[in-house]
Design a protein around this ligand. Sequence first.
Ligand SMILES: Cc1ncc(C[n+]2csc(CCOP(=O)(O)OP(=O)(O)O)c2C)c(N)n1
Length: 381
Amino acid sequence: MLKTNHFSQQLNSLGFDFYSGVPCSLLKDFINHIMNECEYVAAVNEGDAVATCAGAYLGGRKSVVLLQNSGLGNAVSPLTSLNQPYNIPILGFVSLRGEPGIEDNPQHAFMGTITDKLLDIMGIENELLSLDADEAISQLHRANGIIESGKSFFFIVRHNTFSPVNLNDSAKLRRKSSSMAPIPMPIMNRTPVGTRLQTLETVVSALSSDTIVVATTGKTGRELFEMEDRPEFFYMVGSMGCASALGLGIALTCPNKRVVVLDGDGALLMRMGNLATNGFYAPRNLCHVLLDNGVHDSTGGQDTVAGYVDFAAIAASCGYNRIVNVNTRLTLDENLRHWEKDQDISFFYVPISPGSKSPLGRPTVAMPDVASRLKSLLKHL
Ligand SMILES: Cc1ncc(C[n+]2csc(CCOP(=O)(O)OP(=O)(O)O)c2C)c(N)n1
């Protein structure tokens, strides 16, 4: 069995100092220790945790994701279409529920037999974490070398790997922002303020050139790129729904940088739980702009189920402090400018019309370059 405290100190000495994850009973002592002692974002979904760790990496931190192997499924999309293509490495600790030969609940049995294979298929190097302290430390050093080379590495953790740790009072999650969530304005109508392209023009002209913009999967990033390309822009071409989790990681690790997330209704709905994480951690430098066209425009205009969803009310109840139901592009412009001067965790609901620029290309900057140029400008803070 590893001494949890000692193992964590080794991680720290290698520079790993940002954690996110979802608890697992098998990993509980390690997670308890991290929550007691380290910077940890309690994600609601393992995929969001991966994306938040990716954001923290762009913000200059070495990040670690903690998850149950059943949650590996939730994380496949960002691991394969965010970390892998953008060369964003993370260190992972995934539990081995359902280990063959060990009694466990039946729902874990199958995943227990494929955890390593699933990681292999995703091209993520992995190893069973040794129960021997010296061996585990040398594994950690090897893993660190792989991370330093720009690739992810996951440890698979068996039962009784970590010595017992109880949660102490410092692990209690306390919302940092003292502001009260306002009562949202009712949405009077959903009349589009314009096309996506027109709305993006407003966003680009309102924001200062050093504001970070994370554009969601699909045509949002493509239209933004064709309008203007800046090292401050991150085009999330895969990992649908993860834009605000990535933005959260950047905002928390770079409190002096303003971060605007441009989301779509389909993408936001896909990982709506992350609104609660954003609202809880409430970084003032994060502004979440939802471009709601009611459809999956990027894949052919199929309806989403957004038609009856009051996104603004949901964001308010999740703890976003400033909610704006945008009814003209001028209102959007004014509110973005106001937010830049007087920041608070904000949610701007923007109804837009379906349709896009035609023909429409794709970002031509290589994906690893999109990530590395953003990371290097965040380093100079
Ligand atoms: C996990 C996942 N599922 C499906 C897709 C395919 N896909 C790409 S963009 C998109 C539509 C996104 O819709 P929305 O967020 O409303 O933005 P819009 O296209 O309307 O701008 C879909 C379904 C994907 N990239 N990833």
